[in-house]
Write a protein that binds this ligand. Structure first.
Ligand SMILES: [Zn+2]
Length: 713
């Protein structure tokens, strides 16, 4: 969609060479479905698709093994940081292989080639005078005798008020922070309030890159970047950028490669994206390629697949680094996804609220494609999305089994039964046949067009529509009936259905690689003289021209089951697992609470009846509820108080979803002075208590016969 006014280097829709990177997973834990849905499945679909277009693809990833969180994990487990990263590097790498994530290279940032590459990169910028050297006051933990940055310190986010923001970023609102920005900072190591102490660091003056970023993103990529990505970038640039330290006082990482920097390492977010370059170098050396073609040639299209929490690093910081270095190309696009939730709650590693890939495979062996399919169908492309086991079951049973699997199985079984597995020669095509074959020839371009625009859900839905079309064709034409009356007609029907099956084997490959492979074997692709490819399918000139399985006579194999039904008990088992996690979590939090404070709070000071009489409390009913955007704890409620319908903002969102409180009878303090919470005026307060597990409980009348507006006295 390049227009004459836009530079072609920024919005080239196709290229011949692609460097596709997927966010380097952080090696402090295994991989869960949120990672897969947000980054690795879409990146893999895209890489596979471009390979099917005969493009020169380098699909690059590796483990991110530096940074504070690794050293914290090591401290907690009483092992060395190296042991932590070795353990998770192999677990993560195995998960990717098992789910068919087809990286050309999977490296790690502890590799020598990476240390060398990152050091050289730093030195080049240092020698070119691109850094500011500054002695500043940083947070210091006197007990642990250590400077605190990034994840070593938590405190209140100055932007949204989240009390658990980290020293590098607030995970609630996504703001990128410096540790000294936090309100009420606390050391994660000792729990103490840190002091300020002087230390010298090197800063990349991001403010000097504002003009460059404005031109490059806000002007040149206004049309082709996703609105969520563009919007985040715009808000950072509009807020004004500040110099950012690229070094840290830490003993785990890449030593700052200059004199006078003892005890300092490169900031993990400086070295990690360079990991894409080192991983490409490692691959190129092995494959006899020139890595610079993939990073320095203007004709190469560089794409970063990431989750939304990484946008600032990939769109602001890394491009500024690349631009400072001077010889690299910039990313053509950064199609970041939003987050995937699990059964209505945010996925959390620390709370074990996740579906871990290795556990999934234990419960659903050889069903990788089912998870890939469901995660793509629900991909959080434009907003946060929810994974539920009920939806997982429904999509498997109603789509993969009932449509795709059923169609292929019928084609295979009937071909075997009627023609001993040999593709029959067609007789006369009906109008329906001709229409269908013409439609078939359009699918490769339709799917490609969605993929080129990073619309993976849409692309996969189109692929499934082709299966749907085939399934409907068989149901309408009923070859199992015509076989008794019209042999020639039956041959034509089966011929058409077989061609659709072959097209599906090719077009499903980016989404369902294991299924595609199986189907190609079933259809005996290896014996075809002209193997169907994505581009040959889009060049089909049906019905008389070249067809994917030839003009008849090709021998296919036996039917194998592609998908199997997922039973209610399997879904229940998964839900029970999550229920148990929830109970464990609340038991833990109760344990923590009881050790810190007594269970029953002491009685407050005595008041007079007049004090009590000032409180106007009424029975009301919640008639509407919705989650306050960007606030974990708040629901915005509309309450019928009998007096009026009013808005109350209530901090109950961690105990209840909006849907489950609608219709609830509640007790409302109606004459509390209104106050604004996040810009919404709250006109009253709902009375709540807590159960033994710390879950909030509504105080409400024990009879349903009480009307709204009834007074409590
Ligand atoms: Zn925040």
């Amino acid at each position: 969609m390049a227009s004459s006014t836009t530079p072609s280097s920024t919005i080239a829709t196709t290229a011949n060479r692609y460097t596709i990177t997927a966010a380097l997973p952080y090696t402090n834990g295994p991989i869960h479905i949120g990672h897969l849905a947000g980054v690795y499945v879409p990146a893999d679909i895209y890489a596979r698709y471009q390979r099917l277009q005969d493009k020169d693809v380098a699909f690059i990833c590796g483990s991110d093994e530096h940074g504070v969180a690794i050293t914290l994990k090591a401290k907690k487990e009483g092992i060395s940081p190296q042991e932590v990263v070795d353990k998770y590097h192999s677990i993560i790498k195995k998960s990717f292989e098992e789910f068919g994530i087809s990286f050309d290279n999977y490296s790690r940032t502890s590799a020598k080639i990476h240390h060398d590459t990152a050091s050289e990169f730093f030195k080049k910028l240092y020698n070119d005078g691109k850094f500011i050297e500054e002695t500043t006051e940083q947070l210091y933990d006197e007990e642990a005798q250590q400077f605190l940055a990034d994840r070593f310190v938590v405190g209140t986010c100055p932007k949204c008020g989240n009390e658990e923001a980290y020293g590098d970023q607030c995970e609630n609102c996504g703001t990128s922070l410096n540790a000294t920005d936090l309100i009420n900072p606390k050391s994660v190591i000792s729990g103490n309030k840190p002091v300020l102490r002087e230390t010298k660091h090197w800063f990349l003056p991001l403010n000097e890159y504002e003009e460059f970023l404005k031109d490059w993103i806000l002007i040149n990529h206004k049309k082709d970047w996703k609105t969520n990505v563009y919007g985040q970038c715009k808000s950072w640039i509009d807020d004004g950028l500040r110099p950012r330290a690229v070094t840290r006082d830490l003993d785990w990482g890449i030593p700052v490669p200059i004199k006078d920097a003892k005890g300092k390492v490169l900031y993990v977010w400086f070295d990690a994206p360079i990991g894409y370059i080192s991983s490409t170098k490692e691959w190129a050396a092995r494959e006899g390629k020139n890595w610079e073609d993939y990073w320095k040639d203007e004709e190469t299209k560089l794409l970063h697949f990431i989750g939304k929490d990484n946008i600032v690093f990939h769109c602001i910081i890394f491009p500024s680094m690349l631009s400072a270095e001077g010889s690299y190309i910039l990313p053509n696009n950064v199609p970041a996804n939003e987050f995937l939730n699990l059964e209505g709650n945010k996925i959390s590693t620390s709370k074990n609220w996740a579906v871990w890939l290795h556990e999934y495979l234990e419960d659903f062996p050889n069903q990788q494609d089912v998870l890939r399919y469901v995660l793509t169908a629900n991909a959080p492309e434009t907003k946060d999305n929810d994974f539920t086991w009920a939806d997982f079951q429904a999509r498997n049973n109603n789509e993969l089994v009932a449509i795709f699997g059923n169609f292929i199985n019928r084609v295979m079984v009937l071909t075997d039964k009627y023609y001993e597995g040999i593709v029959p020669e067609p007789a006369e095509f009906s109008e329906v046949d001709e229409q269908l074959l013409k439609e078939l020839a359009v699918y490769p371009d339709v799917i490609a067009s969605s993929l080129e625009r990073y619309r993976f859900r849409e692309a996969q839905a189109e692929m499934m529509n082709l299966a749907r079309l085939g399934n409907k064709y068989l149901a309408d034409e009923e070859p199992w009936k015509t076989i008794k009356t019209d042999e020639e007609r039956t041959k034509t029907i089966m011929y058409v259905a077989l061609q659709i099956s072959a097209a599906l084997a090719v077009l499903s490959e980016p989404f369902l690689p294991f299924t595609s492979e199986k189907l190609k074997n079933m259809l005996n692709f290896q014996d075809l003289q002209h193997k169907p490819t994505w581009s040959s399918l889009s060049l089909l000139s049906p019905p008389s021209g070249e067809m994917p399985l030839g003009r008849g006579g090709h021998k296919i194999g036996k039917a194998e089951l592609l998908f199997s039904k997922i039973e209610d008990e399997q879904v229940e088992a998964q839900l029970n697992k999550l229920k148990k996690t929830k109970m464990d979590n609340s038991a833990n939090s109760q344990e923590n609470n009881s050790s810190e404070e007594s269970k029953v709070s002491p009685q407050k000071e005595t008041i007079q009846y007049d004090d009590f009489a000032k409180l106007d409390m009424r029975v009301g009913t919640i008639i509407e509820a919705e989650k306050m955007p960007k606030a974990d704890k708040l629901l915005v409620l509309k309450i019928d108080t009998g007096l009026d319908v009013r808005t109350v903002v209530s901090g109950i969102a961690q105990s209840f979803t909006a849907e489950e409180v609608i219709g609830k009878k509640v007790t409302v303090l109606v004459n509390l002075a209104p106050r604004k919470l996040r810009g919404v005026e709250s006109q009253g307060m709902i009375l709540m208590t807590e159960d033994a597990n710390g879950k909030l409980v509504f105080m409400n009348p024990d009879s349903t016969g009480v009307d709204n507006g009834a007074m409590i006295n």
